[in-house]
Design a binder for this molecule. Structure first.
Ligand code: ATP
Ligand code: SF4
Ligand code: MG
Length: 368
């Protein structure tokens, strides 16, 4: 890889000669809060999130619609509206504090060191700019390529993400592409400058299952080739089960359980995590098996319920749950945290109930 592609061009604020120059963990988020002022009151969309992502690893962030996944990803990037937002907490990327960076400094980081694949490519791509130009702009800005080199690189990038006839399609506009192709273009733009961290927000929403797998395989191949860290945001635990090193489960703006993937499946503590698992379609299920939707609705983020926010929907809720908010605490292994007064594992040891037996979950745990 050339010096430019590896990020050695002059004049950059955050410059890393190679991957070993980077601090590890690459990303450290501490007690992040993001709220929006609205006519009805303050929406607490991200409410005290802490997490870390190591170099080259994948963190899956999973939760239902409205749980705060996109706001969290945008808060990490520093891509939030400037009006009516209240935020606090810290985001350290490669040892640099992002929350206090000036906009000009942030623009040097975006695309070059940290990039985002947006949930909806049609709104994220500029509809009146050819796709090739949307890639070359970033290459010229961050890697200081001349027009010719940037054009050639854009064609190669489109080829590498599986766009057929890229020499021709580089001149196309986003509306001329299918949803899957637009998503591939988004990945090409996000990866153009070989960032160290990619935040992929539902990168396969709305695509059919075979295209979903292709896009996720592509992202994984690029990740391995470039030693990138990936934060993979999804509402579908099945999507991250075999792809993430670690999973953080979000509910109502908070992380309620976080563990290495195998541990999360083998020793699920939170009833909400279990409910998400029960909603994953499995090939082993007999045909016609109904998926279990999670009953009830996610809480109002302006006036969240007192106590555990999952209590109104939790089959195991007791009086204590409705009165007092369970703090995040450590499970038997120190890399596993959860927020529940009556975790499923305790229930098994107390009454031998089969509903939450770890051995039952073991059979569903990802093999890697
Ligand atoms: N600009 C905003 N102003 C007010 N509320 C907002 C704003 N952006 C997001 N929200 C609210 O913040 C909460 C979290 O939204 P977010 O988009 O992060 O959810 P999500 O987990 O990404 O959901 P989905 O799976 O549907 O994409 C929602 O209640 C949403 O309505
Ligand atoms: S604290 Fe109580 S209500 Fe909340 S998830 Fe645990 S058992 Fe359910
Ligand atoms: Mg979202």
């Amino acid at each position: 890889m050339s010096a430019r592609r590896s990020g050695r061009s002059a004049g950059r604020t955050l410059e890393f000669l190679d991957v070993t120059d980077l601090a590890d963990p690459l990303l450290v988020v501490n007690d992040l809060h993001t709220s929006f002022r609205s006519g009805r009151g303050t929406v607490h969309a991200v409410d005290g999130v802490s997490l870390t992502v190591s170099r080259g690893k994948t963190l899956g962030i999973v939760g239902e619609s409205g749980s705060g996944k996109t706001v969290l990803a945008r808060s990490i990037m520093g891509l939030l509206p400037t009006r009516d937002v209240i935020r606090s907490g810290t985001v350290q990327f490669a040892g640099h504090e992002m929350t206090t960076m000036a906009p000009a400094q942030l623009r040097q980081v975006w695309g070059a060191q940290m990039s985002m694949i947006f949930q909806d490519p049609m709104t994220a791509l500029n509809p009146v700019v050819r796709i090739g130009r949307q890639i070359t702009d970033s290459l010229r800005l961050h890697l200081h390529m001349d027009r010719r080199e940037a054009n050639a690189t854009a064609v190669e990038l489109l080829r590498s993400v599986g766009i057929p006839s890229p020499e021709e399609r580089v001149r196309w506009y986003p509306f001329q592409l299918s949803g899957g192709m637009r998503q591939r273009v988004m990945i090409a733009i996000a990866l153009a400058c070989a960032p160290r961290l990619v935040l992929a927000d539902e990168p396969t929403t709305g695509l059919d299952v075979s295209v979903q797998a292709q896009i996720l395989d592509l992202l994984e191949a690029m990740q391995n080739e470039r030693h990138m860290a990936v934060v993979l945001v999804t509402h579908d635990l099945g999507v991250v089960a075999k792809r993430a090193d670690e999973i953080a489960v979000m509910y109502a703006g908070r992380i309620v359980e976080r563990a290495p993937t195998r541990t999360l499946f083998a020793h699920t503590h939170m009833p909400y995590t279990r409910a998400l698992m029960d909603s994953i379609p499995r090939l082993a299920n007999p045909s016609g098996t109904r998926l279990q939707a999670i009953g009830g609705r996610p809480p109002d983020l302006i006036h969240p319920p007192k106590g555990c926010r999952f209590a109104p929907r939790c089959a195991y809720a007791q009086d204590k749950c409705r009165e007092s908010d369970p703090p995040l605490r450590t499970a038997a292994s120190s890399d596993h945290v959860f927020a529940c007064w009556f975790p499923l594992v305790d229930r098994v040891s107390a009454d031998g109930s089969a509903t939450s037996s770890a051995s039952e979950v073991d059979r569903e745990a990802p093999s890697s």
